[in-house]
Each structure stands twice: as C-alpha cells, then as structure tokens.
Design a binder for this molecule. Structure first.
Ligand SMILES: [Zn+2]
Length: 70
C-alpha cells in the first residue's frame, strides 16, 4: 500500500514537472503560425501550452504579437 502511494506521488510530480517544462520551452515560429491559421484543429493541450507560455514569456509574446499582426 505504501509503495502504491509513493508510486502515485512520483507519477504526479513527474506529470506536473513535465507540463511545467513543456510550458517553459520557447515557442517555435511554426507553432505560432499553426495557432494563428489552424487553431480549430489544434489539441486543447497545445493551445494551452501556447497561451500559458505567452503569459509568462515576454520574448515569445513579442514574437507572437508580431506574427498575429502579419
Ligand atoms: Zn518563450
């Protein structure tokens, strides 16, 4: 029982840190273009990654604004 709890806890931490690292990686130009032109066909988690990252990264926010205004 104890091991099961440990396994679940480790798995939870692993999932959360994977999501944080995923959000932290800079956006690629193609990803922003996908978001601009094909938003409806994108997965929800991909859209969330874009919006989360833009909320926290000034560099990508600038590039995002530039591409969205093209
Ligand atoms: Zn970034």
């Amino acid at each position: 029982m104890f091991y099961l709890l440990v396994t679940l806890a480790v798995y939870g931490v692993y999932r959360i840190s994977r999501e944080i690292i995923g959000n932290r990686a800079h956006l690629m130009e193609e990803e922003i273009r996908d978001y601009k032109y094909k938003r409806r066909s994108l997965s929800e988690s991909f859209q969330r990654r874009i919006t989360n990252h833009i909320g926290t990264c000034e560099e990508c926010r600038e590039q995002f604004t530039k591409i969205m205004n093209e």
